[in-house]
Design a protein around this ligand. Structure first.
Ligand SMILES: Cc1cc2nc3c(=O)[nH]c(=O)nc-3n(C[C@H](O)[C@H](O)[C@H](O)COP(=O)(O)OP(=O)(O)OC[C@H]3O[C@@H](n4cnc5c(N)ncnc54)[C@H](O)[C@@H]3O)c2cc1C
Length: 445
């Protein structure tokens, strides 16, 4: 094993950007492990905040950090170019003297030496270390899951394997009716494939949205010709080398040219576990994203952080959390009093439906779901509608479908709700009542 004091990109590195880092700087080198959105945002924030020391960003994938959301949307339907996915252009890293090591896996952290070890034998010193290793898809624990034609979707490579197989006459079976599964189902229908979604609960997305709002997505997919098989799971996949059919627990057999497994992800916490950091559901941090080692931080999908406004710990597998937590971790690494207190936020796009969701509510942690607008499709199209999850008249979470102008007021409603401020739910449900008037002092109550 070579013991490198500096961070020369190896000759094989496809993106040999960044300066030659000499010994004198190495003691203040900041290392980021994981080239996703959280890692890239952290690197950018460190420079924006004036950090002049060396920054080394190590990522296992062969690309500069990129955004994953388009992979299950436009990248599958219209094949956007790779560069449009990059968080920052490939040149940004050299222009900002951030050494980017792509195609390099970190295999261990030697905490006492303040060193990370890579798969190809480099030892890279850090003063502060950020872990932003993201998630990996869960594999399907049934016979036949290793057949050709059984794919999952996390990376550019996955999307580029998947896209050409979404042909007009293909039979596509999507296993798992979560966000990724439904977005792939929508993309496959848009490409003309015949699509079946298999989901163990009664409705896709029921675990995250509850029955009332999950119905919106079930109706949408049925209206676009997706065959939803709910309340069932998969017993085995059959085929001769290539997948040919999916056998369900009730004995149903579905023809399949392609199977997409979307049954959730595992946070990539192995490095943290092996380094002896505190790990529960994710890598445990305080509100500043500092782990149980004061020189090591965690951000993005892997961080299980203390959320000061919600008064609980949280781990979030969404885009906005990766962006925001990457920035907060960078500031905290610089010793600034940063806390990660943004309300959870996520979005999806499927067919003619665009949606944002903000807030937090535990499954069953609400007593009323309020619709502001139609509950179903109107003339076969997704209408503008908002849905609110409330407890004792406090709005804990809000979803806006096909309406985009009310983000700030929705944020205020959710904030107020989490501070115990209630609203009149009949007026909340009435689209003629301006949303911002709901937070006025409440003479009518
Ligand atoms: C197809 C898809 C669509 C999505 N759509 C949406 C959406 O519409 N809305 C939304 O809110 N969210 C969406 N998400 C979720 C969002 O993209 C993730 O929450 C976000 O990417 C997490 O960012 P991250 O930086 O924590 O991790 P990641 O993006 O997973 O990046 C982590 C990187 O670290 C690398 N890595 C891991 N271990 C090591 C190691 N030991 N050494 C070196 N490198 C390592 C990985 O290879 C990976 O490149 C989607 C995700 C996917 C996969």
């Amino acid at each position: 094993m070579t013991d490198l004091p500096a961070t020369h990109p190896p000759a094989t590195n496809p993106h040999p950007t960044g300066p030659h880092v000499t010994d004198q700087f190495v003691t203040d080198q900041f290392v980021i492990v994981g080239g996703g959105l959280a890692g890239a945002t952290a690197a950018r924030t460190l420079r924006e905040e004036g950090f002049a020391g060396p920054i080394l960003l190590v990522g296992e994938e062969p690309h500069p950090p990129y955004e994953r959301p388009p992979l299950s949307k436009a990248y599958l339907t219209s094949g956007s170019d790779r560069e449009s996915l990059f968080v920052q252009s490939a040149e940004w890293y050299s222009e900002h003297e951030v050494t980017l090591l792509t195609g390099v896996r970190v295999t261990a952290i030697d905490r006492s030496a303040h060193v990370v070890v890579t798969g190809d034998g480099m030892r890279l010193r850090y003063a502060k270390l950020l872990l932003a290793t993201g998630s990996t898809p869960r594999s399907l624990p049934v016979p036949g899951a290793d057949l050709d034609g059984v794919l999952s979707l996390r990376t550019i490579a996955d999307a580029e394997r998947l896209a050409p197989r979404l042909a007009a006459d293909a039979d596509v079976v999507v296993i798992g009716g979560g966000w990724i599964g439904l977005e792939v189902a929508a993309a496959a229908r848009q490409r003309g494939a015949r699509v079946t979604v298999v989901e163990t609960t009664t409705l896709p997305l029921q675990r995250v949205l509850g029955r009332e709002a999950a119905q919106i997505f079930a109706d949408l997919h049925r209206a676009h010709g997706v065959h939803l098989m709910t309340g069932r799971s998969v017993r085995e996949l059959r085929g001769h080398g290539r997948v040919e059919s999916v056998v369900l627990t009730d004995g149903t057999s579905l023809r399949a040219d392609l199977v997409v497994v979307g049954i959730g992800v595992w946070p990539a916490v192995d490095l943290a576990v092996e380094a002896g950091l505190t790990v529960r559901d994710g890598v445990v941090t305080d509100a500043s994203l500092r782990t149980s080692d004061p020189d090591i931080f965690a951000a993005g999908d892997i961080a299980e952080f203390d959320h000061p406004r919600l008064g609980r710990t949280l781990r979030v597998e969404h885009w906005a959390n990766a962006r925001d937590s990457g920035a907060v971790a960078a500031r905290a690494m610089l010793g600034q009093p940063a806390v990660h207190d943004a309300m959870p936020y996520f979005y999806t796009d499927q067919y003619d439906l665009g949606m944002e969701y903000r807030g937090y509510v535990e499954p069953g942690g609400y007593d009323r779901v309020v619709f502001r607008g139609p509950k179903g499709l109107v003339d076969g199209k997704t209408p503008q509608v908002m849905v609110f999850w409330t407890r004792q008249a406090c709005v804990l979470a809000a979803m806006n479908v096909n309406c985009w102008d009310d983000g700030p007021v929705l944020e205020r409603l959710v904030d107020a709700g989490h501070n115990g401020v209630g609203v009149d739910l009949d007026r909340l449900a009435d689209p003629t009542v301006p949303l911002d008037s709901l937070l006025d002092p409440l003479p009518h109550r």
